[in-house]
Design a protein around this ligand. Sequence first.
Ligand SMILES: NC(=O)c1ccc[n+]([C@@H]2O[C@H](COP(=O)([O-])OP(=O)(O)OC[C@H]3O[C@@H](n4cnc5c(N)ncnc54)[C@H](O)[C@@H]3O)[C@@H](O)[C@H]2O)c1
Length: 542
Amino acid sequence: MADWWDADGRRHRKQFSTSSAAREHEHRETALAHAERASREMKLAVRTGGRKTSQQKKDNGTIESAKGKLGVMIPGMGAVATTFVAGVEAIRKGLAKPIGSLTQMGTVRLGKRTDGRSPKVKEFVPIAGLDDLVFTGWDIFEDNMYEAASNAGVLDYRLLEQLKPFLSSITPRAAVFDHNYVKKIDGPNVKKGKSKMELAEQLRDDIRNFKKTSGATRLITMWCGSTESYIEPTEAHQSVKAFEKALRENDEMIAPSMMYAYASLMEGVPFANGAPNLTVDLPVMLELSRKNEAPICGKDFKTGQTLMKTVLAPAFKARLLGLSGWYSTNILGNRDGEVLDDPGSFKTKEESKLGVLEHILQPGLYPELYGNMFHKVRINYYPPRGDNKEGWDNIDIFGWLGYPMQIKVDFLCRDSILAAPIVLDLVLFLDLAHRCSELRGLGIQEWLSFYFKSPMTVPGLYPEHDLFIQLMKLKNTLRHLKGEELITHLGMEYYDCACVQRAGVAARSIPHASYNRPHGNRKPSSATAGTADPSSPVVLEP
Ligand SMILES: NC(=O)c1ccc[n+]([C@@H]2O[C@H](COP(=O)([O-])OP(=O)(O)OC[C@H]3O[C@@H](n4cnc5c(N)ncnc54)[C@H](O)[C@@H]3O)[C@@H](O)[C@H]2O)c1
């Protein structure tokens, strides 16, 4: 019995007296089928003047167009938010480039490596254009975006001066704030209400009001507020009913960020969480997100030190190098650093940063290599550095026969410069998810894990932290939405030219050798012998 697949991917089965006859038939038929398909594609290319030659792909689900303005609402108009908004305006004005943004500069490979199809992400999927973005925000301070950006000290004042009229026009709405959750700061621009439910209602009014005044057709909320004190989920977070009761009763376990999330999801607005707070990582928010088809994602932007960790740790595991210790320390002097100087806020951040190694290295599976590792994370507030953080890592590894080695990483980064393109991509991808019939009802958008230190998953599923797995997941999601083949990197088909030639098929007509199994030294079948030109090279790109 032998199976073979025709050019349209249909499976066929045939009975043979010997297994070698079966294999011979299988190879010949498959090679013929691919040659046939290649020839069909070439004819089509001639007819269509060289445009796309493969079969028309069918999208999975529908994606509504990105017509109209996209309103971006940001609780927390600090360093990250202002660097993002100023950056978008600078790019719109042609003053700078969107470096670091996958949606703006990234490409996605389609089909075989030999196909030469790598469109830009923004041309492949219908994401909103930068010109369509409009902004609003909330903050406990009254500074407009220009003043807040100047205070943050991230961007050069000469650039900010050129953006001043635009940035000054974005003034903060009064915030919902609770000093118990962010102990190091206090400000005057805060809403008042008898209950947390009343405050959440005021946020919902803000959202409706912004939609009306800005003329936006769609909205996104992006939490860029300070890191709140560490708490664990309670009964109040388990369902919408319990949460609403807790809002009415002023339950202290409801943090301000949760009220923004509740208000957004109630208004059907997607919500992304850039901080490590629980916020949307709660059963109540998943319930609301699914019910109102407003996608959610989080937590904690993956920018500097953790980005490096999720690149290096997979390399150690890939090479089965052991790890005995990883000591990470940071110095930073911006307001975020000041907030994180409080033990409650630091604990929230620490939890988010610590989870990464455990999940990547899987000590349960590799006890001799990772069963006894010591992992420590410190963040030190050091004002002279401002937003220019230094993330320093000492890594103790061991190799063959247990011999120890050390690696030192010293990343002198700019926190908000790394975070701003992440914010942009999240805004655009979350809006895409919201317009996509296949994604909008899922709740958590795990394909956006790429951007987070502590990616959200449905309960019971461990998160993927490896940066390259996350990127593959993201790009495969885009391919899937557009009905393109997923890329598995199996790649055996590239090594099939010998089979194709032996089968006697005109190898030159095959733009890429497409067959799925290398095989031994077999003679060509008489049925097809003589039609191939064995001297003609089949060019196989790496
Ligand atoms: N690379 C990065 O910069 C990075 C990386 C990962 C996560 N984060 C997180 O992103 C968030 C923003 O970082 P940042 O550097 O812009 O901090 P920041 O201190 O400059 O800005 C935070 C702003 O949030 C405001 N705020 C606090 N509570 C609020 C509330 N309840 N409502 C409205 N506004 C509120 C503060 O007044 C402040 O202006 C922080 O939680 C930080 O931990 C930043």
